[in-house]
Ligand binder design. Structure first.
Ligand code: B12
Ligand code: SF4
Ligand code: SF4
Length: 420
């Protein structure tokens, strides 16, 4: 367990009298005591800071967390301006939820006025093999490391709740727990809490776990001792910026999500813009290139959580096999996996882009079948894949027939663009 700061002096933790936090439309989880009610303590108590924090760290470790640090809710100064600049540039693309109430996202106290301390936690999901090796196997799919095992949201949320309950039982107070989906800026908070620093690829880099930490947060009304923020250790390195296949970093520390393969394959609901299709290669869900390029990964070890470990069938699945999945088979194959959330049509869209990039003529058969798919998104991607794999003259003849029967304007455009 990485303990963000060593505790040399025993101090006092003030547990203020609090009521339940204000209602919020955010998808946060408020942790409750076993009896089902939020526990509040109506008086101020002293507890040995060191022992509470040490015990918290021990409990967190036992629950599977690898890193823990505590910060002040006011610690992330300057993020509002950067978030505003990101949104003003439109860098969030279709992720409208990122633009909802930026004031709340950038300031934990706007999210919850009673919060006094933010406990940041990390779970190491370091891969057990080089995640870039699969990129050379062009007839197989690359699924990003984070999505090869069970969904981390479910796993971490459960453990955050257990840890939060433990904290309430020990010291009282109210809590809210968050992982990924709420309006909380987890990376700047984790940096302030001493878990690592936000690298030039914009993710948190840890000296011990490199780029491979999932983050989660517990907001509490308890006043807990703070850890020191970690300084930036990127120096003159820019390996992550150089490796990015789609040039998604307009500047160090800034990402244009609209160009990021993770966004394009997961968040983007429509057709993948043509300019990025070739650069996507065989990445069908997310991308790890900038994470994997980071030299700080040399200290990383494979994650210890078995549920987050790669399922064998998701390490290098064949593109042909994936392209044949119908809705029920897709759901069955990706049970408990984060991949499930994009649904079968977007998934097959991604597989078809990878097939178009495979150079594997044996996959033409699969593509032809998908030209008649019920989903226009799938048909459009199939047109592109065929144009990349098939001989041009044959394609022109096929276009004349198929384009005339096509009812969707977007797919008709795919046909004419493909031939242009
Ligand atoms: C939206 C989102 C995305 C979007 C946008 C990513 C982004 N960088 O904003 C997309 C879909 C692209 C995405 C992709 C990925 N994501 Co994501 N994502 C999020 C989410 C929900 C919000 C992030 C956010 O607030 N973005 C808004 C921007 C403005 O904030 P920011 O990235 O912190 O931007 C900062 C910098 O730009 C900086 N900055 C700007 N200028 C300057 C200048 C200087 C000098 C400095 C120092 C800083 C600086 O200031 C900004 C504010 O701090 C978080 C969960 C959460 N609630 O925090 C997960 C999260 C960031 N994602 C995560 C992961 C794992 C990924 C992927 C690796 C998944 C994958 N393998 O495909 C990729 C990585 C892509 C990348 N290089 O960022 C993890 C990262 C863990 C970590 N160790 O950091 C998180 C924290 C989820 C989690 N709970 O674990 N993600
Ligand atoms: S995840 Fe991939 S596409 Fe996105 S910024 Fe990193 S290297 Fe570029
Ligand atoms: S690859 Fe280099 S620049 Fe990028 S986050 Fe890692 S240390 Fe920083």
């Amino acid at each position: 367990m990485r303990y963000a700061v060593s505790l040399r002096r025993a101090g006092a933790v003030k547990i203020a009298g609090v009521r339940e936090g204000p209602g919020s439309a955010e998808r946060h989880e408020e942790c409750r005591t076993a009896s089902g009610t939020s526990q509040s303590i109506g008086h101020v108590t002293d507890i040995a800071t060191t022992s509470l924090k040490d015990s918290l760290a021990r409990e967190a470790r036992a629950l599977g967390f690898d890193s823990l640090g505590i910060t002040d809710p006011d610690a992330i100064t300057g993020v509002r301006e950067r978030l505003d600049a990101f949104l003003a540039a439109g860098a969030h693309g279709q992720m409208d939820w990122l633009a909802d109430n930026p004031g709340r996202r950038a300031d934990p106290k706007v999210m919850w006025a009673d919060v006094r301390s933010v406990i940041m936690l990390g779970v190491n999901y370091g891969p057990d093999e080089n995640p870039l090796a699969i990129l050379a196997q062009r007839s197989n799919a690359a699924i990003s490391v984070y999505a090869q095992g069970d969904d981390y949201h479910d796993l971490i949320k459960k453990r955050l709740k257990l840890l939060a309950r433990w904290l309430i039982a020990q010291a009282g107070g109210d809590v809210k727990v968050f992982v990924d989906t709420a309006a909380v800026m987890e990376k700047p908070l984790a940096q302030a809490a001493g878990l690592g620093w936000q690298g030039k690829h914009t993710n948190l880099v840890s000296r011990e776990f490199g780029s491979w930490l999932f983050l989660g947060a517990i907001f509490t009304t308890l006043e807990l001792p703070r850890d020191a923020a970690v300084a930036d250790h990127c120096g003159s390195c820019q390996a992550c910026l150089d490796i990015c296949p789609t040039a998604a970093f307009p500047a160090p520390y800034q990402l244009d999500a609209r160009r990021c393969i993770s966004y394009l394959t997961i968040e983007n609901k429509g057709p993948i813009p043509r300019e990025f299709r070739k650069a996507i290669g065989n990445r069908i869900y997310g991308c790890d290139d900038c994470l994997a390029a980071c030299p700080w990964n040399k200290f990383a070890q494979a994650g210890r959580e078995i549920k987050l470990a790669a399922r064998d069938e998701l390490r290098a699945p064949g593109l042909g096999e994936l392209s044949r999945l119908d809705d029920a088979q897709f759901r069955a194959m990706f049970t408990k996996s984060p991949v499930k959330r994009i649904g079968r049509d977007r998934f097959i869209r991604n597989v078809l882009i990878a097939i178009g990039n495979s150079g594997d003529a044996t996959l033409v058969r699969e593509v032809e079948r998908l030209l008649d798919d019920d989903s226009a998104l799938v048909r459009g991607a199939a047109v592109w894949a065929l144009s990349e794999l098939g001989p041009v003259n044959e394609f022109q003849a096929r276009m004349a027939i198929a384009a005339s029967a096509e009812t969707d304007a977007g797919v008709r455009n795919e046909w004419s663009d493909a031939i242009a």
